[in-house]
Unconditional design. Structure first.
Length: 254
């Protein structure tokens, strides 16, 4: 069974249909790149999976359990971590504080269970350890006490990747993680994603074809609210309709 299963998914924003029958199956451990022109509905699909956009019809399930109707908080608890296309950081909050908050939330510190003082202190110890190991894994330990707003852009994106990973997700959704980076920053970032996504199922919205080739086992093309093809990167590149759509778009903008 697929870890993520999406069937006949319809999402509209206002009166505008955005997703019009999306079908997508992502087996556990697979790395899938989701590509498609701007406005195709890629971010909306991530919003729908994470409870931020409401489905009018269809099904979304994780490991056989429906995610529809759950709050974002509940979906995160089921093991879904995501990063956003637009930065979600607090400019004046330090790197370590961002990770601390994300870890506290992931450990259920604010939840009703185990609210005794001893329990909370044990948890604080867990948080310290997790933050420290995350800082190292993200190669952000030298800027732990720097406000996020003062970090170079690529390191801000790295912090956002860390926030998505704080829940130790089974399914990691990354929305254009390398957009706006230089080639060398991209190469470095892809190396980090590759290491940090190991053992997880990854869905990645990405326009940069070298990144897609480096990271993805499969590529799905979203076009006009539907998945046109889901296949290997090689197959997608030679697919007649994909070529026609992308070529006609390029010619139209020349
Ligand atoms: N909050 C919103 N209000 C109105 N329209 C929106 C909103 N979010 C997205 N859209 C529209 O939905 C379509 C799909 O957007 P999006 O999912 O962001 O596409 P992609 O990520 O593939 O570029 C676009 O036409 C966009 O204008
Ligand atoms: Mg988008």
């Amino acid at each position: 069974m697929s870890l993520l299963q999406i069937e006949e998914l319809h999402v509209q924003i206002g009166t505008q249909p955005i997703l019009r029958g999306v079908e997508l199956q992502v087996p556990a451990g697979q790395r899938l790149a989701l590509i498609g022109p701007n406005g195709a509905g890629k971010s909306t699909l991530f919003h729908a999976i994470t409870g931020l956009a409401m489905a009018q019809r269809g099904r979304i399930s994780l490991d056989g359990q429906s995610l529809l109707g759950l709050s974002t908080h509940q979906i995160v608890r089921r093991g879904v971590g995501r990063s956003f296309q637009i930065s979600q950081l607090f400019a004046s909050l330090t790197v370590a504080d961002h990770l601390r908050l994300a870890c506290l939330s992931a450990l259920g510190y604010h939840g009703g269970r185990g609210s005794g003082l001893l329990h909370r202190l044990t948890r604080l110890g867990d948080v310290r350890e997790r933050v420290q190991s995350q800082l190292q894994a993200l190669e952000l330990d030298d800027v732990a006490d720097t406000p996020a707003g003062q970090l170079p852009y690529a390191r801000q994106r790295m912090l956002e990747l860390g926030l998505a990973l704080a829940v130790d997700p089974r399914l990691l959704l990354l929305d254009e993680p390398t957009a706006g980076m230089s080639r060398s920053e991209t190469t470095d970032f892809v190396r980090r994603i590759d290491a940090l996504a190991r053992g997880r199922t990854l869905v990645l919205v990405e326009h940069d074809m070298p990144v897609v080739f480096d990271l993805a086992d499969q590529v799905a093309v979203l076009h006009e609210g539907r998945v046109l093809i889901c296949a290997s990167a090689q197959e997608v590149q030679t697919h007649e309709e994909v070529r026609r759509l992308y070529l006609s778009r390029r010619e139209a903008t020349c």
